[in-house]
Design a protein around this ligand. Sequence first.
Ligand SMILES: *Cc1c(COP(=O)(O)O)cnc(C)c1O
Length: 425
Amino acid sequence: MDTFRSRMNLVDAFAFVVQVNSNYLKLKAGYLFPEIARRVQEFSQRQVNADLIRLGIGDVTEPLPLACRNAMKQAIDEMGTEVGFHGYGPEQGYSWLREAIAKSDYQKRGCEVSADEIFVSDGSKCDSSNILDILGDSNHIAVTDPVYPVYVDSNVMSGRTGIAGESGRYAGLSYLPINAENNFEASLPEKPLDLIYLCFPNNPTGATASKKQLANWVSYANKNDALILFDAAYEAFIQDESLPHSIYEIDGAKDCAIEFRSFSKNAGFTGTRCAFTVIPKNLKGKTSNGNLVDLWSLWNRRQSTKFNGVSYIVQRGAEAVYSKEGQIEVKALVSFYMENAAIIRSCLTKAGFTVYGGQNAPYVWIKVPDGMSSWDFFDFLLQKAYVVGTPGSGFGSSGEGYFRLSAFNNRVNVEKAMRQIASIS
Ligand SMILES: *Cc1c(COP(=O)(O)O)cnc(C)c1O
């Protein structure tokens, strides 16, 4: 009787506990930014007078463009009237915003992208993770190393990987190293892959891809029936006019690529939230028995079911990015950050560092001095120059020996940080 009762208690205890998604337990518990915060806090407690300058975070610092603010204020006033009120909007985004995007971001650059191939969303971070919803789980997947961690973690969470090894790399994912030796250009994979994440201009390395490089990827993808997930969140920072802003500038890309874009970095929408994803109408995937299916239809179905659109107010703000005033303001914002990047590049070069990136991207990727690890260099800059950056190894094992500084800050802080680094080296 006792044994029976205790057995029942055990069953009871488990009966009321839900099962979790155990894939989440494979995640390396958000190591990078908490560890940075821990070291910064520890140092600040020892050195209370140290005035730290943060060049670590990938968030913008300058205010929202006036054109966007005015458009959003007007939209709020409309919402207060009976005729101007907007309830649920189209899940794909309002057609006036999709038209403005298609025209200004694509057709003007010679890309045949139409408004109905554009899905407006509240962020590229969520789109680039949610896209896995419509893709099978037996695909062979490749990311670069170093990499924007979202691509990797979303694959882990959805059960597409094994566990992480000692290097931090997950079993089941292919990693394509990018470093100074290969000019930050991943070589085409030897074994056939199905899904390839590419990000240009690159976070974290600041590297860009030429038309020829992208053409190689497009031809690889078309030959191997692979899909490229192209993250162009930083396209506005491209200064070199020969570089492509969109993968659709490459012939054949509409048959093998999805592109993610965001208003976060060009127009300062990180806290306002608006982005979009392009899924060409003719892009196909296959079912387990080999039938072809339109990815557009699947994504449309996914968004209609799980998403209710971006607020009318925010979409009016995003539309204003394409107005004459908006374009002038966004260009000025980008130029401001790129001047920061130029200051960082030239000061660090003068101080004897080897630097990459920062010419068509808001990130400068520094080679840390010989004999130091990325984390050693983090401590060195923190303790000696009071500058907080991001260790390259936090973005992947091939980022070891590198360090990221961001150009997202005000001029006073950037110049002060550079003076302090110059004084120690
Ligand atoms: C900042 C960033 C984005 C933009 O994400 P949102 O969710 O739109 O703010 C996308 N990709 C990369 C690599 C980024 O650094």
